[in-house]
Design a protein around this ligand. Structure first.
Ligand SMILES: [Zn+2]
Length: 201
């Protein structure tokens, strides 16, 4: 199914020009995997850049960036060899404050940006939280509801620090997202902060 929520043209232009910081580019690249429409837009934007700047052929640029993105998600841990990012799951310790929740982080970006996979079980709702700066999300599997909007596989979401929200998984299966953010979430409760201490997000 084709995604219904896409990056803005401004974001796609930044992506195509190579100006988008790498963790954010990874999340856009994940959306492009699902979205022929945005792939077409990026190819056109890259072709313009190629014409203007005489840079690498557009296709080579796109393929290189995606390979980079997937390598970033492989990350240094866990020790087992490269698996599909969506299949990975990080277990919490014996004190499970959030049963079934999984977080897998890639190395931080150059400016401390976070890039991680988040897995939440069916029906789970995140604690109310805010953001510190921009956050990009692409859904890889399952679906979640945020207010009146539902985001399903391939859908892209951009938020900024003005948004406080409490997304809930609405699919009958786990929801897995790849997320880039400038800084960890803003948690206002002790429980929220203790989950944050465990997960680093
Ligand atoms: Zn799209």
């Amino acid at each position: 199914m084709t995604p219904s929520r896409h990056p803005s043209q401004a974001v796609l232009a930044e992506y195509a020009s190579g100006a988008l910081r790498s963790p954010f580019a990874t999340v856009v690249a994940a959306h492009l995997e699902y979205c022929p429409g945005c792939r077409g837009d990026v190819a056109r934007l890259e072709a313009v850049g190629f014409t203007l700047l005489g840079e690498l052929p557009p296709t080579a640029m796109a393929v290189g960036r995606l390979a980079q993105a997937m390598a970033a998600l492989d990350g240094p841990s866990p020790p087992s060899q490269a698996q599909a990012p969506t299949a990975e799951r990080v277990e919490f310790g014996p004190e499970q404050v959030a049963p079934g929740m999984g977080v897998r982080r890639a190395p931080d970006g150059d400016n401390g940006e976070l890039l991680y996979l988040l897995r939440l079980p069916a029906g789970r709702q995140l604690l109310l939280h805010g953001h510190q700066g921009v956050e990009f999300t692409t859904v890889l599997a399952g679906a979640y509801r945020d207010g009146d909007e539902v985001y399903a596989a391939g859908d892209f979401c951009e938020l900024d620090s003005s948004v406080d929200h409490q997304p809930q998984v609405v699919s009958g299966r786990d929801c897995i997202c790849v997320i880039a953010s400038e800084k960890p979430m803003r948690m206002d409760t002790p429980l929220g902060r203790s989950i944050q201490d465990l997960t680093g997000i």
